[in-house]
Write a protein that binds this ligand. Structure first.
Ligand SMILES: NC(=O)c1ccc[n+]([C@@H]2O[C@H](COP(=O)([O-])OP(=O)(O)OC[C@H]3O[C@@H](n4cnc5c(N)ncnc54)[C@H](O)[C@@H]3O)[C@@H](O)[C@H]2O)c1
Length: 334
């Protein structure tokens, strides 16, 4: 099976690549390494089934090179993912996340691979407005993009959906919840667990934006990669019932589905900070850098992914934090 992984040199992408290689797939990675790194793929450097195309998603020449093997599945992860960056420089986020997705869709249209778009839980409307306490966000939950990042991802999702309807491109949209683990950057706001762990190692207090009562549903990165790979390897038709609002699929030219994936456990950021800080450093509340784009509560209901993919997260938050801590410590000693 030939697969293309855009953003395969990034944090989640490198785990997706590793899993696909271990399953015997021929993997092409397309990455410009703007936020990823060739070092993330170092472990697989001797694997003849890995082909790395270093370049930009927006380049037709690079796309042609990356698609030489005519992939059966495209895993689309390449994106600018930093919320604050999207607020400061929305054009950059739009170019990669929307225009890049469009260019990729156009390039793969004649090949009709299974197109797996990795979107994000950041597109969802705040939970408190819609569902009660303890009930997680499912595929049917309304969207309300609160940042240019979320807006760009949603626009890209809609493009993918339109290609399924118009051109018969089998497509699956995935919305993983906040993902953490080894290989996550410590300088981005997305990697709160990695940032907290790194600060503890450097004897720095943990800084919590706002009151810290915002919650997140943290997914360990290998569980996230498993979610993505399972969704790609099962035909889109197998989970086409997992549609937005469960709507009528009869008018579609190709199967199209949407799946959310998270741990199903919600934790307040202030509590997370206290757990990671232990007695080693203090926890401080600081002014939020973008309160207007903060999502107050995030809790996932992955019942459909469980039913359609047989997927379930395997790594607890405690275990995942420990694995991340060990990785960061090893990296610090390198
Ligand atoms: N990290 C999370 O918590 C999380 C949660 C849900 C969804 N996601 C989604 O998962 C995907 C991967 O996220 P990540 O956390 O691994 O981020 P990441 O920044 O580590 O990975 C993105 C990769 O895309 C590459 N890239 C960016 N612009 C590119 C371009 N123009 N051309 C080619 N390559 C380009 C980067 O170099 C990087 O390797 C993203 O689509 C993101 O929206 C992430």
């Amino acid at each position: 099976m030939n697969v293309l992984v855009t953003g395969g040199g990034g944090f989640i992408g490198r785990w997706v690549v590793g899993k696909l290689l271990s399953m015997g797939c021929q993997v092409t990675v397309l990455d410009n390494f703007s936020s990823g790194s060739p070092k993330n793929l170092y472990e697989y450097r001797h694997n003849p089934a890995l082909n790395i195309v270093c370049g930009d998603l927006l380049s037709d020449k690079i796309l042609r090179r990356a698609l030489l093997l005519k992939p059966d599945i495209v895993f689309h992860l390449a994106a600018r993912i930093n919320v604050q960056h999207s607020i400061d420089q929305p054009r950059d986020t739009f170019n990669t996340d929307v225009l890049g997705t469009f260019r990729l869709l156009e390039a793969v249209r004649p090949m009709r691979p299974h197109f797996v778009m990795v979107s994000t839980c950041m597109v969802f409307a705040p939970m408190d407005e819609v569902v009660g306490a303890g009930i997680g966000i499912s595929e049917a939950h309304p969207v309300k993009p609160a940042s240019p990042y979320a807006g760009a991802k949603l626009a890209a999702e809609h493009l993918v959906e339109s290609y399924a309807r118009t051109y018969g491109l089998p497509a699956t949209i995935l919305r993983p919840f906040n993902t953490y683990g080894p290989f996550q950057r410590i300088d981005g706001e997305g990697g709160v667990i990695a940032i907290f762990l790194d600060r503890v190692m450097h004897h720095q207090n943990l800084l919590v934006y706002g009151d810290g009562l915002q919650t997140r549903d943290f997914l360990y990165v290998e569980d996230c990669a498993d979610f993505i790979v399972r969704a790609g390897l099962s035909p889109a038709s197998a989970h086409a019932g997992a549609r937005i609002g469960g709507g009528d699929a009869s008018s579609d030219r190709a199967p199209f589905s949407l799946l959310v994936g998270g741990s199903g456990i919600e934790i307040r950021i202030i509590d997370l900070a206290c757990i990671i800080a232990g007695n080693a450093v203090a926890v401080e509340n600081v002014a939020h850098i973008h309160p207007q784009s903060e999502i107050k509560r995030l809790l996932c209901d992955s019942a459909k992914a469980r039913a359609f993919l047989g997927w379930q997260p395997q790594v607890s938050l405690t275990e995942g934090i420990e694995r991340t801590r060990i990785w960061l410590r090893e990296r610090m000693n390198e």
